[in-house]
Ligand binder design. Structure first.
Ligand code: MLT
Length: 208
């Protein structure tokens, strides 16, 4: 099994009713980066936070890229499946329900790939500054999974047309997509935290 080789942090749930979060950092981040964000979004959730296994000039990532915004799609597929294996193993090891991904930038892109390639792995996702991860994704059935996509109006990395295309791709696959474009760039803002926290409490209530 390859999945368990992910270096990761795990923090158990404070409230068994809150969904576990799979935290996926951006380029150059690590397993510690999004723990604070995860707690702000859903304080009672278990947190599962792997470190990306690809290194770009020493910076951890979740898959290889050929240039900024140009992905090595064979690697995207391979790494998404590895991450899916890791989640399956971690669910067994820690006794977790299917997690909601919270991904930023490169982490949001691998979460989007995971949704399209292995639709059963995630219960839903918060995708912060995500792009279309695959030019020719398989036909996925996302069966009404809730997805929050937060994009930046002035994001120099993700063009508006690309995030709109991702929202359409996920909706076409059956997900309930809430796409908001914020007056920010690529970096996270307070609005991301507030909107994510509100969304997850409602997504929770719907699932209950
Ligand atoms: C990516 O490579 O996933 C995107 O360009 C975002 C980034 O990590 O800069």
């Amino acid at each position: 099994m390859t999945g368990t080789a992910f270096i990761h942090r795990f923090e158990p749930a404070g409230d068994a009713g809150s969904p576990p979060l799979l935290l996926l950092h951006g380029t150059g981040g690590d397993e510690n980066d999004l723990l604070g964000l995860g707690k702000m979004i859903s304080s009672g959730s278990a947190l599962l936070s792997p470190r990306g296994r690809v290194l770009e000039h020493g910076m951890p990532r979740f898959f290889r890229r050929l240039a900024e915004g140009v992905f090595d799609e064979e690697d995207v597929r391979r790494r998404a499946h590895e991450l899916g294996d890791f989640v399956a193993e971690a669910r067994q090891r820690y006794g977790l329900a299917a997690p909601v991904a919270v991904g930023f930038s490169n982490g949001a892109n691998i979460a989007a790939a995971l949704l399209l390639l292995q639709p059963d792995v995630l219960a839903g996702a918060i995708l912060l500054r995500a792009m279309v991860p695959l030019s020719d994704p398989p036909k996925a059935d996302l069966g009404k999974k809730p997805i929050l996509l937060l994009s930046g109006q002035a994001d120099p990395i993700v063009p508006a047309s690309n995030s709109a295309r991702l929202a359409a791709l996920l909706s076409d696959a059956g997900a309930r997509v809430d796409h908001k474009v914020l007056p920010v760039g690529h970096q996270l803002s307070q609005a991301d935290v507030t909107l994510s926290r509100n969304w997850i409490s409602k997504a929770d209530a719907k699932a209950a």
